[in-house]
Design a protein around this ligand. Sequence first.
Ligand SMILES: [Zn+2]
Ligand SMILES: [Zn+2]
Length: 307
Amino acid sequence: MVNRRQFISAAAAASTVPLVAQQSYEWGGPVLDIHLHLRPDGESNFAHIEGSSVTRAVLLTRAQEVDRAQALAGNHRGRFVWFVSADITKPESAGLLTKAVKDGALGLGEIKYQVQCDGPEMKRMYALAAELKVPIQIHFGDVPQASGNAVFNGGFKRFDAMLKAFPKTTFIAHADTFWANVSSDYAYDTAYPEGPIKPGGLSDRWLSDYPNLYGDMSANSCNNALNRDPEFMTGFLLRHQDKLMFGCDCSCSDGRGGGQTNPSPRLHGKCIARETLAAIQRISKPEVFRKLRWENGTKLLGLPSQV
Ligand SMILES: [Zn+2]
Ligand SMILES: [Zn+2]
C-alpha cells in the first residue's frame, strides 16, 4: 500500500522529470557529436561532452585502442559509441577494421592518411565499408597545413567518380577541402578561405546529387564556412538538412574552451563544439537544428532516437 508521503513524492518526481530533462538540454534537445577523438585520458572525453552539453559522442578510435573506447563506453552508459581507424597503407588494415566492426565499431573513421581519395588504398576501404555496412568518415585535405604539413586523401575534385563507383558505400565527408568547396571559386590557396561564398560549389552540388554522401560539421573547417557567409549557409543547411551532422573535433579539455590552442582567432581559447552548435542554432530553424544536432546522426548510425 502506498502511503501519503510516498504518493506525494512519487507524484512530485513524475511531474518534475520532464521539466528537469528539458532544463538540462542547453541546446534545446539531445546532441550527438560524431567527431570526438579518443584521448589518452578517456575521462577527459567525458569531461568534454559534459562541459559542452553533448548527450552522446562517437569516439574516433585507432584499432590498437579499441579496448579503451569500449571501457569508456562501458563506464558511461549511453554516452559513447565508437568508430575505428587503422593505417590503410598497410595490408593488415582491412583485417583489423573488420574485427573492430564485429566488436562493435559503428563506422570507419576518421580515415586520414597521405593517399589520393581515388587511389587503390581508399578504393579498398570504400568497398570494405560497403561490405561491413558501416559509413566511412574521410578527412579531405588538399592544402598542406602547419599541423601535419601534408596532403590527406588528395584529389577532392575527382571524388565524384568514387561516389558514383561505390553507390553502396556511405561516405561522411570532413575537413578543410570539403568545406572550402562549398564555394565554387575555391582556389586551393588556403585551407580556410574567407569572404562571401559563390554558389555552385562541388560540396553543395554533390550533397544534392549523391544520396550516399553526408557532411561532418566538425572542426575549424565547417565553423569557418558557417561564419564566412551566414546568409549563404542558412540556405545550405536548409538544402542539406537531412545530410549534415554535428561533430566537434575539439581538443579543449573541458568542453568550455580550456587549453584550446587553435590558431584561428575565431576559436582560440574556445570550445569548437560550443562555437559550432551556437553558429548552427543562430542560422537554422529549431526543426533543422534538431536534425543536424541529433536526428541525422542517430538515424545513420542506427542509434535509438530517444535518450
Ligand atoms: Zn580530420
Ligand atoms: Zn571543446
